[in-house]
Design a protein around this ligand. Sequence first.
Ligand SMILES: [Zn+2]
Length: 365
Amino acid sequence: MGFSDFYGNSEALRHLRDMLARSRFPQAVILAGPAGSGKYTLALMLAKAMNCLAPVATNGLPDFCGKCSNCVRIAQAEDLEARFAEAVEAREGLRDADKKDTRIFVQTHPDVLVVPPDPPQMMIKVDQVRRVIETIYYRPAEARERVYIFTDSAFMKEAANSLLKVLEEPPEFATIFLLSENPGELLPTIRSRAMTFPLGAVPVEDVVRYLAEDRPEWKPAQRALVARLSEGALGRARSFDVEAYVAARADALAILNSALLGGEHSQLFKITESYRAGAEGREKTEQLLRTLYSLLRDLMFLGSGAPEMVHNTDIQSQLARMVEAADFEWIVAASDRVAEVERGMRRNLLRSLALDGLSLALEKA
Ligand SMILES: [Zn+2]
């Protein structure tokens, strides 16, 4: 438990911990990187390191114990999706008059406030920044450092201007983290008052290493597959439903094979028939369409001599046989057909009908 649980971006991590060690940590930090690069995980870990009651050092740099009451309470915010859903549900339960004035926050420690974008617009609103302003100038109650984590950089205009005022004169005992997939959407005046750390997606090898510890029950080939499909996002990798994916992929392969190599239509209809209407069928069909895209993309890479880009590595030889029957135009046309079915789904066409149409259209593509 500690910073050794953070995967990838070791250079940025070392720099941040080094600033902690020298008590030179900036009062505003932008962690910029794609979804899954670990922005939120890292911000929470730094909040723990700042406030750990039994601080430890690893590799000569500050770390956290993960067991003290500050570490434990901060860690309760780790499952952001779940905490966010709880906050939204709590608001839904309020009287209409109160609902209007209630903003969404995640707070599991009195001195650490997580500010997610507020639904339905999914933007940071001025009332959320106001809460920050109301509390930030008070010394922390149970921690050494007040920590504010904005999980997104989509600010309403007034909210951004209010935040700017805080950044002009932050108290010495507070740190503000701004997490952003696209820091360009922050006001330049906000960016200039914060130190930006770019984070990259976690390399496939690191995701594999992480899964070996976190998902020992998966076979190595499954872990390699999931690492590639999750594109460096550890959270997505950990919660990946391999069985559902492999089942959908078997159907997708049958559809593509039948179109490319010809085959029993009755067999195909048996598959497409199993995709029913309703919420469950919808999800299943969406999974199938995503899988079809993923396979077509791999065929494209194989066809253009870039096998290292293939995601579905565990069936690469099968894909290589398929690509001999599929030329570039066919792959492009097939992707267009899949997109058509997606549009049809949005218009709520009968699912299995649309899939039958897809299978037949692919043959003619
Ligand atoms: Zn601790």
